[in-house]
Design a protein. Structure first.
Length: 168
């Protein structure tokens, strides 16, 4: 999945030029709160995340229902990792704390993680593939979209990380 992430990063400056095709969700059913702006692109989903800080034990330990690759662009980011089947959290086997640009992939259906930012929100890019048939937590109520103004702010923030380079 990291190769897909890198391919999409090469196209992202063009995709960010227009709000057309981008949708949003305010993922607030469990800490940390995540502002997500996303779109589908060539069989993958591109998600731009602003992850808000929360306490160490508040962050949701969860599996993803899809393979994914992430790049942390800004912020101090802590991730705890484990692996296990089903819907019961497995043992936590590793905790990483990183700052600045960092990338990783989750390519096994039984991989679990918990992420939280420390101090200030972090910006991350996630690319996800076709869903697996795998349980993952979700909101009982439909999630609300972000305001148009907030979507444009997030797109603008990502444009600063992925500027359009014009060949002369």
């Amino acid at each position: 999945m990291l190769n897909i992430l890198h391919d999409i990063e090469r196209e992202l400056s063009i995709l960010l030029l227009s709000p057309e095709g981008w949708r949003s969700l305010d993922v607030d059913y469990h800490p940390p709160r995540v502002e997500r702006v996303y779109r589908d692109h060539e069989g993958y989903r591109i998600s731009l995340h602003v992850i808000h800080p929360c306490g160490p034990e508040e962050a949701l330990f969860h599996p993803h229902p899809w393979p994914s690759a992430m790049r942390v662009l800004t912020g101090d980011y802590e991730m705890t990792v484990g692996a296990g089947e089903g819907d019961q959290p497995p043992a936590q086997v590793l905790t990483l704390r990183v700052g600045g640009s960092f990338e990783y992939e989750m390519t096994h259906p039984d991989g679990w993680h918990r992420v939280r930012t420390i101090g200030a929100p972090a910006m991350t890019l996630m690319v996800s593939g076709p869903p697996w048939k795998r349980w993952s937590p979700g909101s009982e109520a439909p999630l609300a979209p972000l305001s148009t103004q907030r979507v444009n702010e997030i797109l603008g923030a990502f444009q600063r990380h992925y500027p359009l380079v014009v060949d002369e």
